[in-house]
Design a protein around this ligand. Structure first.
Ligand code: G4P
Length: 532
């Protein structure tokens, strides 16, 4: 195999994705079942009972602690059947932050987990919006079908109306709640009936492949429920077109799967369908030095990657931070000397790390779709492009409007200089956003997407710069960039207009209602939530 055949083969085998959901929908459980079905763990349940752990830790940190791995992974790589999975960690809990959004940009597709009892929830909507803007195809996994939940058709309608995307049921639940027996595969036209396994679905569930008119199904569901099921399936067949993978890849339709991650019902057929439907690493858009938009082909372009996440090392004995890179093209080899486009110089990528088969390892090589972590002695910023050839930059990462705001000041005024130095570093890393009011330019305001960002900020200012700080929350709960003539913008009574680091005007609002009202008052201005 020559080099490009090798890269093509590696690309074809890889699936790089993220799981998005609102807290408690079942993301951790589903991730764990992926590990179970891929043979990475032999019994599920090690993440269970994690209620006592520190609230701000990501679930993966808990998993890693179980395995004696001390560093938080940004992605894990392992084999599922004949493909190589790269699953990205997108924390969705208390540690929800801008990182969560940025990490999504490194994914080629996403699995959206929805709780069948709750439908489309707030964080899922926000994360889905990022997928739409970045043209990331989304599969929908409707979880907890073993619990009394909402009507499946209702849930599909909600996905369509709230997220503005067409949906296609790939399977249909056979019974729900305690009577959830399995799923009817609408593509293969067969019923998959599962056998209950030990508590928490620690082991794989056995599957019986039977036809829909199987007498066992009829007996267990009862005549009325069985007839209703047959009618629903007929209705779906009559109403909808055939599933079109191209439309899914283009983000026009989301394939929907019903399952129960806890009991393993519908899990294996979902993973099997996923690896078949999900795209391999593909072309990425970039901007050449002359400003022209170009496409970076994963196989034909020599090695290129971009930084999507920086992570401070919380251990003070190792002050360097880690930079996480998504490989976009070519083959990466350890000690490769690459061009750092923003700095305009060459750097050697030594000691690259990855999480392979659950272990943090030094990577000797990596291919498109893979995530590599390198020590960052202050040379990497979020969004930096590196490559063998130089001459282009991957599109900038989207910037999101923060939702919580605070003033942070050094407790000891004598530490102002160290404080300013620390703030400069943290804002450069994208760890926190800094705004300055037009009127009182000295009074900086810090914006975050999640509370954890402040905790990390205060911790690092103390640990790395020796500055204790006080934090005063501000009464704003949403914001937006202001496009249009800033001077003619009509302010609402409790809003505050500030400027971001690039001197762009941003309006902070005390409520969504105020923001909506401001929109109606300013028809010639545009308020933007995400800068793409
Ligand atoms: P998250 O990562 O999206 O936040 O969700 P997670 O997997 O932690 O699941 C949240 C809760 O929902 C857990 O219960 C989990 O056991 C439960 N759960 C996940 N999938 C299913 C499912 O298919 N059916 C049912 N019935 N429950 C499900 P918990 O009580 O909060 O935690 P634990 O005590 O079980 O660990």
């Amino acid at each position: 195999m020559d080099n490009s055949d090798q890269i093509l083969d590696a690309c074809t085998k890889r699936r790089t994705f993220a799981i998005i959901s609102h807290p408690d929908a079942g993301k951790t459980t589903l991730t764990e079942k992926l590990l179970l079905y891929s043979g990475m763990i032999h019994a599920a349940g090690m993440v269970r009972g994690r209620k006592g752990r520190k609230a701000a830790a990501s679930d993966w940190m808990a998993m890693e602690q179980e395995r004696g791995i001390s560093i938080t992974a940004s992605a894990m790589q392992f084999a599922y059947k004949d493909v190589l999975i790269n699953v990205l960690d997108t924390p969705g809990h208390e540690d929800f932050s801008e990182d969560t959004y940025r990490t999504l940009t490194a994914a080629d597709c996403a699995i959206m987990v929805i709780d069948a009892g709750k439908g489309v929830e707030k964080q899922t909507r926000k994360l889905f919006e990022v997928c739409r803007l970045r043209k990331i195809p989304v599969l929908t996994f409707i979880n907890k079908m073993d619990m009394p939940g909402r009507d499946p058709l209702d849930l599909m309608n909600e996905v369509e109306s709230v997220l503005q995307i067409n949906s296609f049921a790939m399977n249909w639940p056979i019974g729900t709640g305690r009577e959830f027996l399995g799923v009817y595969d609408r593509i293969k036209k067969e019923s998959l009936i599962f056998t209950k396994v030990s508590h928490g679905g620690a082991q794989k569930a056995e599957i019986a492949h039977v036809s829909l008119d199987n007498s066992d199904i009829k007996n267990k569901l009862g005549e009325a429920n069985y007839q209703a099921l047959v009618q629903e399936i007929e209705l779906l067949d009559m109403a909808g077109n055939a599933f079109d993978r191209e439309e899914f890849l283009a983000g026009k339709v989301t394939p929907v799967f019903f399952a129960s991650a806890l009991t393993n019902f519908g899990i294996e057929p979902f993973f099997d369908a996923f690896i078949h439907l999900a795209p391999s690493p593909h072309i990425r858009e970039a901007v050449a030095s002359d400003g022209k938009e170009i496409e970076i082909n994963p196989v034909e372009t020599p090695f290129s990657a971009y930084v999507f996440k920086l992570q401070a090392n919380m251990d003070r004995r190792h002050r360097d931070s880690m930079a996480f890179l998504r490989v976009c093209s070519g083959r990466f080899e350890r000690d490769l000397v690459v061009k750092h486009h923003r700095l305009g110089r060459e750097i050697r990528l030594s000691r690259p790390h990855g999480m392979v088969a659950g272990e943090r390892t030094t990577l000797d090589f990596a291919y498109p779709g893979d995530i590599i972590g390198v020590i960052n002695p202050g040379v990497f910023a979020i969004g930096d492009t590196i490559s063998m050839t130089g001459g282009f930059n991957f599109k900038p990462l989207p910037q999101f409007q923060p939702e919580i705001f605070a003033r942070v000041n050094p407790t000891d005024v004598g530490k102002r200089k160290s404080f300013d130095k620390g703030i400069l570093q943290l804002t450069n890393e994208g760890a926190i956003q800094l705004f300055r009011p037009y009127e009182y330019v000295g009074e900086a305001i810090f914006g975050a997407v999640g509370q954890l960002q402040y905790e990390v900020m205060q911790y690092r200012l103390k640990d790395e710069y020796g500055v204790e700080t006080t934090l005063t929350s501000l009464p704003y709960s949403c914001s937006a960039w202001l496009l249009g003539d800033f001077k003619t913008y009509k302010k609402t009574s409790t809003c505050l207009v500030v400027q971001d680091r690039s001197e762009r005007p941003v309006v902070l609002f005390s409520s969504q209602w105020e923001k909506q009202y401001a929109i109606t008052q300013n028809p010639n201005h545009q308020l933007v939530d995400i800068l793409i």
